[in-house]
Ligand binder design. Structure first.
Ligand code: SF4
Length: 448
């Protein structure tokens, strides 16, 4: 039995892959460790889709390499997107790394570890189109919420995105497998289920019958006892049909929060980036969603500095944000990723793009303040996430806040609060852009 440590970087999908590797390792009789010193093998599950993610992965590898040099850890195994993308470079430039697994080889984690322990070199790159292998998970999120990855890969081929080259073509999991996993998560105390994939709205289109099955899947998930909130991320704009809108509007367990990455709104830029739908389509879609789903909070992702974005196009984007008032926005600097069509296109320099991100964030903080103001003096349901030692206060999230990317609600309470419980909070203030309030009722019995 060996001691295996894990580091997982990047997106929630990568986190689920890491949780599955941890489960396989534990099932094989090894121990999964949460402290790295003393580990026989450290698995670094990397992200590698844009520059900042690559630097973070390289820093993590170098940090573990230092522990190895000090004799505090044994072998280093690098998995995930950086390994998939830069297999030759990592081997040449990072001799500290003992093994490499590509994104098509997650199921090889146990034999890979055991080979390293036998002082063998490990380099395994299975097909990135390999169907998802069903297995258990060791959750790395707090026990009361979990991500469920419903598919892998992507067929959209946005011109700036390297992910399809790292994660392969779109592969939906079988609905039964997802439901069984969700039932097991609920039985083990998960109250909030966060549905993820590169593109969740395409779920089922690669399965026999080629139908969009996300609405049907969501209805099944809503029938699971114990789950109270179901949150949907990564829907592609032009795949949001009436059936999906209806299920979100009608099902009380589905939080009125939708993550719709649009990246931009200018017609020429969207066309050049191989994104379906134009500015007019996006405007009418957002209006339709707000009309059909009262209280809807919309999250999106934007890229500033995309090829073709001059001052006029950038201001068009600012006007679009002022008009559509999406409550949650993540803005990123365009990263010309070698191997993508967009990397060969003319674009503004990184400083200009960074300045545009700053301007977007400034505009959005005003929109977020207005959203917070609209919540003043109202009662909201809050999921208690934990206690902040520094602030000496409990905190949680409303339906409008997804973990790690959105805000918190700071909770005034004389009594200790149970992590993972739902409470009704009277919102009466803000703290640095976060809401705050006091408990009016504990509401947490969602056995049905
Ligand atoms: S939808 Fe576009 S941006 Fe998202 S993973 Fe697929 S190709 Fe990349």
């Amino acid at each position: 039995m060996a001691k295996i440590g894990f580091i997982s970087l990047g997106c929630a999908k990568n986190q689920v892959d890491c949780e599955r590797m941890m489960y396989r390792v534990q099932e094989a009789g090894h121990s999964v460790e949460y402290e790295l010193p003393g580990c026989d093998v450290v698995v670094i599950n990397t992200c590698g889709f844009i520059d900042s993610a690559k630097s973070e992965a390289i820093d993590a590898i170098l940090a573990v390499a230092q522990l190895k040099e000090q004799g505090l850890v044994g072998k280093i195994l690098v998995t995930g997107c950086l390994s998939q993308r830069y297999q030759d470079e990592v081997r040449k430039e990072m001799p500290e790394v003992d093994g490499l697994l590509g994104t098509g080889s997650y199921t090889e984690i146990v034999p890979a570890i055991e080979s390293l322990l036998e002082e063998k070199t490990v380099v395994s790159y299975g097909s990135i189109d390999t169907p998802e292998a069903e297995t258990g998970r060791i959750l790395t999120t707090p026990a009361h919420y979990a991500f469920v990855k419903i598919a892998e890969g992507c067929d959209n081929r946005c011109a700036y995105c390297i992910i399809p080259y790292l994660r392969g073509r779109y592969r939906s999991r079988q609905m039964e497998d997802i439901v069984v996993e969700a039932e097991s998560l609920a039985e083990n105390g998960v109250k909030e289920l966060i549905v993820v994939a590169q593109d969740t709205s395409r779920y089922g289109t690669d399965l026999p019958g080629h139908k969009r099955l996300l609405p049907a899947l969501l209805r099944r998930l809503c029938r699971i006892d114990g789950l109270h909130w179901i949150r949907v991320h990564y829907v592609y704009p032009d795949e949001i049909d009436d059936e999906l809108i209806s299920v979100i509007a009608e099902e009380p367990k589905i939080v009125k929060y939708l993550d719709i990455p649009i990246q931009h709104c200018n017609d020429q830029i969207l066309k050049r980036m191989n994104r379906r739908g134009d500015g007019a389509f996006l405007r009418s879609l957002l209006k339709k969603l707000r009309d059909r789903i009262p209280g809807l909070v919309i999250r999106t992702s934007l890229i500033a500095g995309l090829p073709g974005e001059g001052e006029a196009e950038f201001h068009e984007l600012l006007d679009f944000l002022k008009e559509t008032r999406m409550e949650r926005v993540g803005a990123f600097v365009f990263s010309p990723e070698e191997g993508t069509p967009a990397a060969r296109m003319e674009h503004v320099d990184a400083d200009t793009a960074a300045e545009r991100v700053r301007i977007i964030e400034e505009l959005q903080s005003g929109i977020m303040d207005d959203y917070n103001a609209s919540r003043m003096d109202t009662d909201m349901e809050v999921l208690v996430d934990g206690y902040d030692e520094e602030a000496e206060q409990f905190y949680g999230r409303t339906y409008a806040d997804s973990p790690d990317i959105d805000g918190r609600v700071w909770l005034a309470s004389d009594e200790p609060l149970r992590e993972g419980s739902f409470v009704t909070v009277h919102i009466d203030g803000t703290v640095d852009g976060d809401l705050s309030g006091y408990i009016v009722e504990e509401t947490d019995d969602f056995s049905k």
